[in-house]
Design a protein around this ligand. Structure first.
Ligand SMILES: N[C@@H](CCC(=O)N[C@@H](CS)C(=O)NCC(=O)O)C(=O)O
Length: 203
């Protein structure tokens, strides 16, 4: 049975969302966002940095949300939620799948650190402003790519699980301005998906 090591309000939501979309059986180890849980010897044996998500599948233990998603699609749902390698949308699929952790999450991590994780006396307004600017810049091409489309690639794909989850988080952090109307509509569509609702209810 697939087992997801999960913390609420984190990228672990992507994995549960994907598993729900695919209709696969899984179990979840819900951990608190605390040092005791994440940095325990037990969890560090699964992820050296003590982070989530981690997926276990029999003898396999794998971390990095994008790698986990690729692993699940390859080993458990070949052909599911991704275009065929020779399909015209395939390069676009790869691009948006990786744009998520490559371009959108770094400034978003910084915003979370500067607004939630650091105690107020250690926060830096300039670092926050710079991260907010960079996040807006990184989201602009996503807003553009969504013109006239419900989802980034085809009817819906694993690229939407990666980047759609980040757009949802950015919106929840108040970082998607009204001018990014395509992302706003995209997030609303994602939030109406039953599989997404199940994953978020777990949060
Ligand atoms: N690139 C990694 C990022 C993993 C990551 O940073 N996860 C965060 C939650 S979204 C975490 O576990 N943070 C705990 C910590 O920083 O101690 C992925 O996509 O899985």
């Amino acid at each position: 049975m697939l087992k997801v090591h999960f913390v609420a309000n984190t990228r672990a939501g992507r994995i549960v969302w994907l598993l729900e979309e695919l209709g696969l059986d899984y179990e979840v180890n819900i951990m608190p966002f605390t040092k005791e849980g994440l940095k325990s010897e037990e969890h560090r044996s699964r992820h050296a940095l003590g982070r989530v998500p981690v997926l276990e599948d029999g003898d396999v233990s794998i971390f990095e949300s994008g790698a986990i998603i690729e692993y699940i699609l390859a080993r458990h749902k070949d052909g599911g939620l991704k275009p065929d390698v020779n399909a015209p949308e395939f390069p676009n699929y790869l691009q948006w799948f990786h744009y998520c952790e490559g371009m959108v999450m770094p400034p978003m991590n910084q915003i979370v650190v500067q607004t939630i994780l650091l105690p107020p006396d250690r926060r830096d307004e300039n670092v926050l402003l710079q991260a907010q600017k960079l996040l807006s810049k990184s989201l602009a091409p996503v807003n553009e790519a969504l013109v006239g489309k419900d989802y980034l690639v085809g009817d819906f794909s694993a690229a939407d699980v990666m980047l759609g989850h980040s757009c949802f988080m950015a919106n929840r952090l108040g970082c998607v301005g009204e001018e990014m109307e395509n992302i706003k509509a995209y997030v609303a569509k994602i939030q109406a998906r039953p599989a997404f609702i199940k994953a978020i209810e777990m949060e």
